[in-house]
Write a protein that binds this ligand. Structure first.
Ligand SMILES: Nc1nc2c(c(=O)[nH]1)N[C@H]1C(S)=C(S)[C@@H](COP(=O)(O)O)O[C@H]1N2
Ligand SMILES: [Mo]
Length: 205
């Protein structure tokens, strides 16, 4: 990807380059709060609500989401607990294409992306709509394992991975006045979470 516009820093990073304060691991450590869902993946839906352009909440069967163009890209995972796993191949659909099915109202700045069982992360709209943000179905060529977020997980390689809910169920578009904290953001983590800027904690501003 070219270095034009707001291309994420990681897309331009040299192979092997690590964000500040991170160390390399071979395999990303399986990490999540709570249980692995057992909901039928065939009956999975993605709900886009909050400040949508129409004002309505839109519920999409997963089959409709996965009819969007399939893309494969290589990205890194950066956990805020300081491990980085490099060169993961993700396959899925672009978040920007999903958002086009249910666009935001004017003035929306953030999306609160949520998962099964209430996990959520607030993600700036500009990061969610970047070309490298995927709703991934496959990791390294294999369908996502249940503990890796099957059937859908959000992947935004330049952000810390807490910004990528596994078992993604949708998002709510937020206006600047809406409460905007997800699970880790409630616990002091950064609203943006760009790993290349080391945006771990909210007190960093
Ligand atoms: N639903 C959900 N998604 C989540 C989490 C979680 O607790 N629940 N943890 C996040 C964090 S902090 C990390 S580091 C990654 C870990 O992904 P992995 O288990 O595939 O390594 O998942 C992210 N997505
Ligand atoms: Mo993490």
């Amino acid at each position: 990807m070219s270095e034009t516009g707001r291309a994420p820093r990681s897309a331009a990073a040299a192979p092997g380059e690590l964000p500040p304060g991170q160390h390399l691991v071979d395999t990303p450590v399986v990490m999540h709060y709570g249980r692995v869902p057992e909901r039928d993946p065939e009956a999975w839906t993605v709900t886009i609500g909050g400040a949508t352009a129409t004002g309505a909440e839109h519920v999409f069967p997963i089959q409709e989401v996965l009819r969007l163009p399939t893309v494969t890209e290589v990205g890194d995972m950066h956990c805020a607990t300081r491990w980085t796993a490099q060169g993961i191949t993700w396959t899925g659909v672009r978040a920007v294409d999903v958002a086009a099915l249910a666009p935001p109202a004017p003035g929306v700045t953030t999306a609160l992306v949520f998962a099964e069982f209430g996990y959520a992360a607030n993600v700036p709209l500009q990061d969610l709509l970047t070309a490298t943000a995927l709703l991934a179905t496959h990791m390294d060529g294999e369908p996502l394992a249940p503990e890796r977020g099957a059937p859908l997980r959000l992947v935004i390689p330049h952000l810390y991975t807490w910004k990528g809910p596994k078992w993604l169920r949708g998002w709510n578009y937020l206006l600047p006045e809406d409460p905007d904290r997800g699970f880790w953001e409630e616990r002091g983590y950064h609203p943006r979470g760009d790993a290349w800027r080391e945006e771990r904690y909210a007190h960093q501003g």
